[in-house]
Design a protein around this ligand. Sequence first.
Ligand code: UFG
Length: 332
Amino acid sequence: MGEKPAILVTGGAGYIGSHAALALLDAGWPVVVLDNLVTGFRWAVPDGAVFVEGDIADSSLVGGLIDAHEIAAIMHFAGSVVVPESVENPLKYYDNNTARSRTLVATAIAHQVRHFIFSSTAAVYGIPDTIPASESMPTDPINPYGRSKLMTEWMLRDTAAAHPMNYCALRYFNVAGADPAGRSGQSTAGATHLIKVAVEAALGKRDGVAIFGTDYDTPDGTGVRDYIHVSDLAAAHIDALEKLIAKPNDSHILNCGYGRGFSVLEVLDSVDRMAGSQISRTMEPRRAGDPDALTADNRLILGTLPWRPEHDDLDGIVRDALAWEKSLGEKA
Ligand code: UFG
């Protein structure tokens, strides 16, 4: 009677998964977090969530959790996310992101889980011919990371056609920022993402920021990306969950972005502004495989879900990332 069922959040001790777990709890959904703590942190699991340390491919563990907690849906964040590492060690990505996801999906089907939400990525588009990238464009990932995620999208599509389960694959653009209330944030050491690197530099944890390419076909010559606040991204998962439950015959593949881009220089200017100091900048050659510009066509998510961005503000994203980075010293 109005009581919400429990949701299994894999990777709930990680950056995006912990924000989704917070959003679920805030909205009154019981949460079970499953994380192997290889890259996640026990302290990142929100108070109020049940925490289980373990692997998504441990079918007896996961099946037992599904049954014991009467899990209604799985939000699947667990996986490996470093693009260059995927080039060096592709089989790790095909294992963690593809093979283990297959086992998780099989366990979900065997235990009658009806809804599945999957963390996909704009990397499935590769270097798109036109931007903003829309879901109807052909996918053509250019690295094992993108391919490992795209294969899982395909598995979900075929599985949903054959079994009583629907799914939503959310294709994330550049996720950044931190919970505005300071409860979670990006905590991985050695991160390579621009905003994370820049706030570390602003706080003296690095010497400065290398700008990878200044001769791109963009207004100021540096790469342009669609940065989305992690709390808006988490909110999209809640709306996707409610949609899957309300319309059990429909599945969705949805871009998660704001539909506008900022250049590397614009991001660094924002960090300087919010930190009140100047980060040292060096010019470096292009990084292999970086597109000039990548932004989301977000008309589909806006038309499908009630989701509306609430943190579409670069300075706000940077402010929250900075605040988290400051607090991180006390936690790590
Ligand atoms: N950049 C720098 N210096 C840095 C880090 C990044 O100049 O130290 C530039 C990049 O060249 C790029 C932009 O900042 O133009 C953003 O780079 P990120 O590494 O932050 O993010 P990417 O756009 O490369 O990667 C994102 C996601 C990946 C996903 C990819 C899909 O983080 O998970 O988009 O294209 F695979």
